[in-house]
Write a protein that binds this ligand. Structure first.
Ligand code: DAT
Length: 177
């Protein structure tokens, strides 16, 4: 589906929990002035969380309510959306999708440091091993707008910020007179 014309693009940053989405988005928002939309936080602040999932020790997202609440903001453009899933967003919302990746050992260490244990830890590491989030993004958006970025080291983060800024400049030069 063709993205509608916006004054600025919408970017989706996705990837397994712990891969570095918040860290990258904080930096990107600072450098680009785009709005960072942290879906987990928006969902919590707008009562879009339903019953508790006892297995994963996390609440279940009311997707329809969340999407309705974000529609207007997204239609204006200029947003960086950060979430560990991508399939339930309308495809037309995004001009580009970045999937952050790291190696299993790095991810394991980051999740341990975050206090993840048991099934939650295991499932998230498996999610990265099996490229679940990358596959989900490729199944939900045109392949040419889905890009994988290595998010293992601080140097990776710097180069990811630079790549995204270059893409952004290019978008503005092609989409504004
Ligand atoms: P997410 O938002 O995907 O759950 P995060 O941004 O909270 O992940 O990062 C998890 C941890 O990893 C945090 O301690 C910061 C660290 N980290 C993130 N990106 C990194 C990078 N490119 N290099 C080194 N450490 C990174």
């Amino acid at each position: 589906m063709q993205a509608i014309k916006r004054k600025a693009p919408n970017i989706l940053i996705t990837g397994t929990p712990g891969v570095g989405k918040s860290t990258l988005c904080t930096k990107l928002a600072e450098v680009t002035g785009l709005e960072w939309i942290e879906i987990s936080k928006v969902a919590k602040d707008n009562n879009c969380l339903e019953e508790f999932d006892a297995v994963y020790n996390c609440p279940v997202l009311d997707e329809d309510k969340l999407l309705d609440g974000l529609e207007e903001t997204m239609s204006h453009g200029g947003n960086i959306v950060d979430y560990h899933s991508s399939e339930f967003f309308p495809e037309r919302w995004f001009d580009i999708v970045f999937v952050l990746r790291t190696d299993n050992t790095t991810l394991y260490d980051r999740l341990i440091a975050r206090g993840y244990t048991g099934k939650k830890l295991e499932d998230n590491v498996d999610c990265e091993i099996f490229q679940t989030i990358l596959e989900e993004a490729k199944n939900s958006y045109k392949h040419e707008i889905v890009h994988e970025l290595n998010s293992t080291s601080p140097e990776n983060m710097e180069s990811n910020v630079q790549s995204i800024c270059s893409w952004l400049q290019n978008w503005f030069s092609q989409n504004t007179q």
